[in-house]
Design a binder for this molecule. Structure first.
Ligand code: G6P
Length: 473
């Protein structure tokens, strides 16, 4: 039996088709790693498609249990409706204000309900009496209430890793009431910023007619606490990576290749919320206006493949590839292409080397719940990492902008403004760069990933609203 359970769509491990596993380095997994919990929890998540795995279900489950992992094995049909469909084609665009991209299909919500119910059954089975359960993200918004119905003794927390949009957007969702009621099964609901929390409160009143303030609300003698918990990056992970052999090797190889050139880096999942086409428009404009820079700048775009098979992602990939080719065709020269598009994932030590070397990091999403790249880049600007100073160009629409006012803040739709920021960053003197970097580092070190997880879990623990003897309605 488990007294602390984490639940998220993705597990901190990847199950390979032969049934073996490897650890993954996602934001949440590294946050939990840095929290000092030391494996004293069980992680419940989607374990991959059972039909693809060359091992029996029970064999797979028992070897995963030894690692503190409880997989929820889903059918192909459920994966498609719950993950590709409702989570990533309905909820994801809507939560990011992209109503025109959101698609609604009744069969998707059926799969979403069924998967959330499977998570509830799995957790109910393994949770010890009065256990604490911390649920993550938009894939599992029905889970809190479903779980409470089966196990009213459990203390339930939920954290949303995306923005919560204005109620005018959220109300477009046919299942808006059901999702809000699902979340109200919690004892504690957390968001990255005050704005997201404010929008959630407006949705409660406008959609359900339920009143709440910034601290929370009462539902039939039960207090549901609301709070703001901006997630931090995995500082320890990057500090360790910067001491690795591979870091040193990558650092010197890239430095040699750059020579006197300037590295303008961007790192993101290839997602339409990240504003890649807008960034490419700004890059094209910059190269057009500054012929003297064409041979000097290296725009390196790391775009990690994501959600392949979901229509919008496939067409965005093609669009970005085409525009990168066109820019290089227009502004490249023999031996130099100003834009390098790296469409693959990177190990943390290689990322740390790129962050450490980059003169500028462009983090310019259209909408982003937080964005940890901005924080990782600033953290890697340390003398011990052989870092060159650097400037962060940050979209004002990323949650991280609330904490990083020493970045050059831009509106990614304002091409002239982004071009101006690139120019300003290239001209900035080193003293000013370091001053800004240090100001941001001082703030970041107070709230790294581990501190974030600890703070949330301690509030969940302190929450005394849950009456374990069944007066919960
Ligand atoms: C966002 C979501 C996470 C998700 C991640 C990667 O950050 O908030 O929940 O895990 O994207 O997306 P994927 O669909 O590959 O899990």
């Amino acid at each position: 039996m488990a007294s602390l359970i984490l639940a998220s769509n993705r597990l901190p491990i990847r199950i390979l088709t032969d049934g073996s596993f490897e650890r993954t380095t996602g934001g949440l997994a590294s946050a939990i790693e840095g929290s000092g919990l030391d494996g004293k929890y069980t992680w419940v998540g989607w374990g991959g498609s059972c039909s693809e795995i060359g091992r029996s279900k029970s064999e797979l489950k028992s070897s995963l249990r030894e690692l503190g992992v409880e997989p929820v094995l889903l059918s192909e049909e459920n994966i498609s409706g719950y993950y590709d469909g409702y989570s990533n084609s309905t909820l994801w665009p809507l939560l990011h204000y992209m109503q025109d991209r959101a698609r609604f299909k009744p069969e998707w919500i059926e799969c979403y309900r069924s998967v959330n119910a499977q998570f509830a059954d799995t957790i109910a089975e393994i949770a010890s009496p009065n256990a604490h359960v911390w649920i993550h993200d938009y894939h599992l918004m029905l889970l809190p209430q479903l779980l409470r119905e089966i196990r009213p003794d459990i203390k339930i927390g939920f954290f949303l890793h995306t923005p919560f949009p204005s109620s005018e957007i959220f109300r477009a969702l046919p299942e808006r009431d059901e999702l809000l009621k699902g979340l109200l099964g919690c004892d504690l609901i957390g968001f990255h910023t005050y704005n997201y929390l404010r929008h959630f409160i407006s949705s409660l009143i406008r959609i359900l007619g339920v009143e709440a303030d910034m601290d929370g609300l009462w539902q039939k003698k039960r207090h549901i606490q609301l709070g703001v918990y901006p997630i931090g990056h995995n500082s320890d992970g990057f500090q360790t990576a910067a001491k690795s052999e591979n870091f040193v090797k990558m650092h010197s190889e890239h430095a040699k290749h750059l020579g006197a050139g300037k590295l303008i880096l961007s790192v993101e999942r290839l997602d339409y919320t990240k504003g890649l086409p807008q960034k490419l428009t700004a890059i094209r404009q910059f190269l057009h206006e500054h012929p003297e820079q064409r041979g000097l700048v290296h725009f390196v775009l790391v775009a990690v493949p994501s959600r392949r098979g979901v229509e919008e992602y496939d067409s965005l990939t093609a669009q970005v590839q085409c525009e990168v080719g066109a820019i290089n065709g227009d502004y490249g020269d023999v031996g130099h292409s100003p834009v390098q598009f790296l469409h693959r994932s990177f190990q943390v030590d290689e990322l740390a080397a790129l962050y450490s070397l980059a003169d500028i990091c462009m983090v310019t999403p259209i909408v982003d719940g937080m964005n940890l790249v901005a924080k990782e880049f600033i953290d890697c600007k340390r003398a011990s990492h052989r870092a060159r100073p650097g400037v962060l160009i940050l979209s004002e629409f990323a949650g991280a902008a609330n904490e990083m006012s020493h970045a050059l803040l831009v509106n990614p739709h304002d091409t002239a403004g982004v071009v101006k920021a690139i120019n300003e960053a290239l001209q900035m003197d080193e003293v000013d760069m370091w001053k800004r970097v240090h100001a941001m580092q001082n703030r970041l070190k107070l709230n790294d990933a581990g501190a974030w997880a600890k703070r949330y879990l301690s509030d969940l623990q302190k929450n005394t609203s849950c009456n374990h003897k069944g007066t919960i309605h």
